[in-house]
Design a protein around this ligand. Structure first.
Ligand code: 13P
Length: 335
């Protein structure tokens, strides 16, 4: 199991973080539609390959989460995508859940599926070069939600997934995401996130998952996007640290936040403050999708042939987040 702990530390050590490029074809199509680029397999590969060949892959990006389509694609230079990523010193990973579906018994909520046949799919991904995996449980906050049923059933699925992934010698990313959507307060987010994370660890322990060989991917503690409760970055950092310190067992080597709809700068600034006052023993880094790719995608959509220009923008964001993962970022440097 020390092998899995080493992989987790290689992915998140020295300020490195994760590029979440595992948007399903449906989600990627929405992203490409928003910048008026046709969502063909070729275009999806072209944008992703541009990011995966950039120089920050060596110094900043310790791991890339891929989607099933991408892990099987061949780059324009005839490299297999996982090999391209490994050759630059990063680790390829793969999203293995098959999406969030309506939860029977509480149809306003979601349960993440994908356990059937997972052991066989994991073997395939391992043979394709994956070193780690991702599974995302998703929860919304409102008066009655998340329900005990959703908290319990998603934790159970995350734990069964993690046990299977470790059996196949890969590091599971455990991602319970409480969405920012809604008018809840930061305090509501704090309470619900604590409950969700604690339940996840209860189930992970029950399923004999080695906590030294996982990465936790939580949301930061934020007020809902329709809330009147506006909190400062410092408060976000303090509440996030308080929540994780009291809910995450000390064996866990690293925590990599999702950006969850924060702007690029917000996600970087909050991560920076978390690290400036980090009073835990956990590595606190990033596993961002939108907050790493948004500006690069916007530029690329208008300059599809400008690989270097796109990479420059992506490299800048990766570098800023790697500084933030060490508490060394400032707005002046970013500008
Ligand atoms: P965002 O950073 O865009 O929230 O995506 C991270 C992710 O992997 C969500 O599952």
């Amino acid at each position: 199991m020390t092998k899995l702990n080493n992989i987790a530390l290689e992915i998140l050590g020295n300020g490195k973080g994760i590029l979440a490029a595992d948007e399903s074809t449906g989600t990627m199509t929405k992203r490409l539609d928003s910048v008026n680029v046709p969502s063909t397999a070729e275009n999806r590969l072209l944008f992703r390959e541009t990011l995966f060949s950039s120089s920050s892959m060596t110094n900043c990006i310790g791991g890339v989460i891929l989607y099933d389509e991408t892990i099987k694609q061949i780059s324009s230079k005839k490299n297999k995508i996982p090999e391209l990523i490994s050759s630059l010193g990063s680790h390829p990973g793969i999203k293995v859940d098959t999406g969030a579906k309506v939860l029977a018994g509480s149809p306003e909520e979601k349960i993440t599926e994908g356990l059937d046949g997972l052991r066989e799919r994991l073997k395939e991904y391992y043979n394709l070069g994956a070193k780690f995996t991702k599974w995302r449980g998703v929860y919304t906050i409102s008066k009655d939600y998340p329900s005990k049923l959703s908290i319990h059933s998603n934790a159970h699925a995350l734990a069964r997934y993690s046990a299977l992934v470790q059996e196949c010698n890969m590091v599971p990313i455990v991602e319970p995401e409480i969405l920012m959507d809604g008018d809840h307060s930061a305090n509501d987010c704090y309470q619900k996130t604590s409950e969700v994370i604690q339940k996840c660890f209860e189930e992970l322990i029950l399923h004999k998952v080695d906590l030294k060989g996982i990465i936790l991917k939580p949301n930061m503690i934020l007020a809902g996007n329709k809330s009147k409760d506006k909190i400062t970055s410092k408060e976000v950092a303090e509440l996030t640290l308080k929540c994780l310190k009291s809910s995450v067992p000390s064996e866990v080597p690293g925590i990599a936040f999702l950006s969850g709809g924060q702007s690029e700068i917000e996600a970087t600034e909050n991560l920076n403050l978390i690290n400036k006052i980090n009073n835990t023993n956990f590595i606190m880094s990033y596993s961002y999708g939108r907050a790493l790719q948004q500006s690069a995608l916007k530029f690329w959509s208008k300059n599809i042939k400008d690989i270097e220009g796109t990479q420059k923008i992506f490299d800048h964001r990766a570098k800023m987040n790697t500084l933030a993962a060490q508490g060394k970022w400032s707005r002046e440097i970013d500008n």
